[in-house]
Design a protein around this ligand. Structure first.
Ligand code: AP5
Length: 216
């Protein structure tokens, strides 16, 4: 199955997508993770992307599209994939549709993660990440410890640069203005959007996600 996970920042796309990818045995490509990896590796692409990401703005389409084109051309992606955080606007959605058409395939499912804004802000304010390996921590669930050191790699645990309140406000604005219109765009282009109630525990949300997407 070729699946797109669509939703605002903090909706749980990454958390649920990882679990779904593992259970379905298909890769998940998250443009945010790819970009953060490039920033950590200090590449030219990382330098270019960092300026946009710090402000909560979208990185230029051609940069993220290049990453996705490369990922979808790999053998791993030929039996299905999950996209998390891409496409993020109508132009990226059109690019993806063209790319898949050229490969003789198409999207099977678009899942929209529905979460009220106050819960998004609450989740993002509690997230911490390892500056070295990128592992996600939650101040409530994981209680990373007073030394603030990652239990996997020993890296420093900190607030993600773009999870600061002013940047979260910008990311939500960008979502409303540029990403939310994709819901109508998909419907108008005969790709039905499956609406997921993404409130509640991670397990409960995953149960609902599985009832919307059957990857067998
Ligand atoms: P990206 O990394 O894609 O950020 P995002 O969409 O804002 O995604 P998040 O990671 O914040 O949220 P999520 O929905 O994945 O939730 P998660 O599972 O992590 O993008 C970052 C930046 O990169 C963008 O601003 C842009 O600059 C650039 N970029 C990326 N893609 C781009 C593109 N296509 N085009 C242009 N620019 C692009 O969960 C969030 C937190 O909530 C975690 O702490 C998690 O543990 C917790 N949580 C998850 N589920 C639950 C639950 N059910 N209950 C309680 N807590 C939960």
């Amino acid at each position: 199955m070729n699946i797109v996970l669509l939703g605002p920042p903090g909706a749980g796309k990454g958390t649920q997508g990882e679990r779904l990818a593992e259970e379905c045995g298909i890769p998940k490509y998250a443009t945010g993770d790819m970009l953060r990896e490039a920033v950590r590796a200090d590449t030219r692409l990382g330098h270019e992307a960092a300026a946009y990401m710090k402000k909560g703005e979208l990185v230029p389409d051609e940069v993220v599209f290049g990453l996705i084109r490369e990922a979808l051309a790999t053998p791993a992606a030929q039996n299905g994939f999950i996209l998390d955080g891409f496409p993020r606007n109508v132009s990226q959605a059109k690019g993806l549709a063209g790319l898949l058409e050229a490969q003789g395939t198409a999207l099977n499912a678009v899942v929209y993660f529905n979460v009220p804004e106050e819960e998004l802000v609450r989740r993002l304010s509690r997230r911490r990440v390892c500056a070295q390996c990128g592992k996600d921590f939650n101040v409530e669930a994981d209680a990373p410890g007073s030394d603030c050191v990652c239990n996997e790699c020993g890296g420093e645990i900190k607030t993600r640069d773009d999870d600061r309140p002013e940047t979260v406000r910008m990311r939500l604005k960008v979502y409303r203005e540029q990403t939310a219109p994709l819901l109508d765009w998909y419907e108008a282009n005969d790709v039905p959007v499956r609406k997921l109630d993404a409130l509640g525990s991670v397990d409960d949300v995953y149960g609902r996600l599985k009832s919307l997407v059957d990857c067998r």
